[in-house]
Design a protein around this ligand. Structure first.
Ligand code: G
Ligand code: G
Ligand code: MN
Ligand code: NA
Length: 250
């Protein structure tokens, strides 16, 4: 398949680029951070979305190199964004299981000079449940470095509450599938309120993903969510959209 054979050249050629989608506090609607979303700018085929190459890269192991690139690039980009914001990077379960992950993260921080608290790592429930004991250690080690940890797509995996309590994390990202249903029934709002309560009890914040309308934002505010992300606020866009020309030259 062409994806697998051409993935090897893509890093060397500099085909990958990170797009950023703002995350806003619901209180005041200020930008608090940016999620990095990788794109493959193929010289002939145009922009290829992650869903078309990440699974292939996970299969072949190339995701480790791509993920390392994304960590370094994301930390460098964050230096050009306001000091009071963070950059959130998605970690593949394959990266999360890699023994070198904490070293890779430390290197990216050191090389870029980014303070650890300005880096957030998004981990899925699936990644955390593959080897719970190891996952707990890795998350604790990352948190000790000062990095923020977000659990991505929360509510769609195996949300085993008894061991969620054993993990160190700072944020639950409420999956878009909940936000989609908000206007259809009252149950969804109640479920989201319950996730917010659970998250608070565990000392974490909540972010709702995939917010597309003002009505959804109103309901999420009522449910007590801390922050939001979605097309209603901004679509993923190149870094230059968010930094002034002067800063980008620095
Ligand atoms: O915009 P969107 O199509 O960007 O992203 C689709 C999926 O790809 C999401 O599930 C997202 O988490 C994942 N994704 C985006 N960027 C990265 C990345 O840098 N690394 C990994 N592992 N996944 C990513
Ligand atoms: O799995 P993860 O949460 O990392 O994936 C984020 C994905 O959601 C990306 O593909 C991103 O482009 C997409 N996305 C971000 N905001 C919205 C939105 O408001 N609506 C929809 N449908 N997708 C969104
Ligand atoms: Mn994500
Ligand atoms: Na998500």
């Amino acid at each position: 398949h062409w994806v697998e054979s051409e993935l090897t050249d893509a890093i060397d050629r500099g085909d990958f680029v990170l797009y950023y989608q703002p995350q806003l506090s619901l209180e005041g609607e200020r930008i608090v951070g940016y999620e990095a979303l990788i794109r493959w700018q193929h010289p002939q085929r145009g922009i290829i979305p992650p869903n078309e190459f990440i699974p292939v890269a996970e299969e072949s192991g190339m995701i480790l190199q791509i993920g390392k690139w994304a960590l370094h690039q994301g930390c460098h980009d964050a230096r050009l964004l306001p000091d009071d914001t963070y950059v959130a990077i998605n970690l593949s379960p394959v990266q999360f299981s890699d023994r070198n992950l904490t070293d890779t993260v430390r290197q990216a921080l050191e090389e870029s000079g980014l303070p650890a608290h300005r880096l957030e790592l998004e981990i899925t429930e699936t990644a955390m449940t593959m080897d719970r004991i190891e996952a707990r250690k890795v998350m604790a080690a990352l948190a000790d470095m000062g990095v923020q940890i977000a659990i991505d797509d929360f509510g769609t995996g195996y949300s085993n509450l008894s061991y969620l309590m054993d993990f160190t994390f700072h944020k639950l990202k409420i999956d878009r599938s909940f936000v989609c249903r908000l206007q259809d029934d009252d149950t969804t709002g109640a479920v989201i309120s319950t996730i917010v309560g659970l998250s608070r009890a565990l000392g974490a914040e909540t972010l709702a993903e995939g917010v597309e309308t003002a009505d959804q934002a109103t309901l999420l505010r009522a449910a007590g969510c801390d922050s939001v992300q979605g097309f209603h606020y901004a679509r993923p866009a190149p870094l230059s959209t968010f930094v002034s020309a002067n800063d980008a030259d620095a």
